[in-house]
Design a binder for this molecule. Sequence first.
Ligand SMILES: [Zn+2]
Length: 373
Amino acid sequence: MRAPLNCNSWLAQLRRIVPELSPAEALARQVDGALLIDIRDDAERAAGTAANALGLSRGFLELRIEQLQADRDHPIVLLCGQGQRSLLAAESLQRLGYRQVSSIAGGFDRWKAEGLPVTTSTLDTDATERYMRQLRLPQVGEKGQAALAAASVAILGAGGLGAPAALYLAAAGVGRLTLIDDDKVERSNLHRQVIHADARVGMSKTESARIALHALNPRVRIQMHTERLDAGNAERLLTGHDLIIDGADNFPTRYLLAAASRRLRIPMIYGAVERFSGQLSVFDPRREDSPCYRCLFPAAPAAADAPNCSEAGVLGVLPGMVGLLQATEALKLILGLGEPLIGQLLSFDALDMRFHKTRLSRDPACPGCAANP
Ligand SMILES: [Zn+2]
C-alpha cells in the first residue's frame, strides 16, 4: 500500500501533469489569445491582478468555466497567489476535459515582482459580466460602477413611478434601494406596475417588489419599509440616502417628502402623471439656485383639480415613461453626468409625443424654501 499523500507530494505529482509557465511566458500566451484566469478570492483580487485577467474565484471555477469557455481546446492559464492553488485548479479543469490548461509558477507575487502589467479592479466576474455594456461607456467605467455600488436611493412608493425606477436602478447596480410603501398589490395595479405579478396580488408591494428586484439583480441590497410616510417617520426613513425618487400619488405626501428632502439636504427627483401626460423635475436642496417642489406648487390644488390615477385613469405606459426618466436623472446625479433637470420642468404629452422644458425659478416667497416664507 502506498503512503498517503501529503500536500507537498500531491503538488509534486501535479507538477508532472500540469505545465507550469513563467509569468512572462503566460503573458505571451495571453497576448496570443489564451484565457488568463485569476482564481484568487474577490478580496485578494481587489488589491490588484494581472492586466486583462478574468477574475473567477477557485470556489466557482468548475461551476462557471463552461460559461466562460466551452471549447476544451482553448488555452487557459491559471493564476493564484504563489502558484499552488492554480496547480490544484488546473488539475480540476483537466478532469473536466480542458486539454490546454497551465499554471503560472510563483503566481501573482512573481508576476508583480517581474514588473508585468497589473490592474487594480474592484469588480468580480459577476459584476464585470453584468455591467459590461455600461462599463464600456468611458463616462461610467469602473469608477462610475463603484459610485453606483456605493449609492443609496430611497424610493417613495413601489407603484406606477417607483416600480419602473426601481427596476432600472437595481439593474444598473445601485448598491442600496429603500422601498417605502404600505399598499398591497391589487390586480388593477398590474397594467402599469409591471414589477408586480398576478401571482402576488394581495402581497405587500414592498415584498412583491423585493422579489422582482432580487431576481433581477441579487447584488443590490433592498430595504423595505411597509409603512406610510408621515411627519413622524419621514426623517427616520429617508436619512442616510443620496437621492429620493418621488413616486407619491398625492399632494400631502409630496409636501412631506419635499420638506424632508430640504431638511436632510437630499435631492428629490419629482415625477407625476395624469391620463396621457407627465412631468418631471429635480429639486436639489444642496444648490442655492435650485427651486423646491413648493416653488412649483405653493399650495395643493383642490382635490377636484388634481385627480389621482384611480379617479382620472392613466395609460399604463405613462408612469413607466416618467419612472424611467426619474431613474435616468438618478443615474446622472450619481455618476455626475450631463445636466440634471434642476431649475427646469419637463412636461410631455404622449398623444402628440411632444416634450418641452420650461424654466423653473426659485420663488422668493416660496412657503417651502424662502428665507422668510
Ligand atoms: Zn421653494
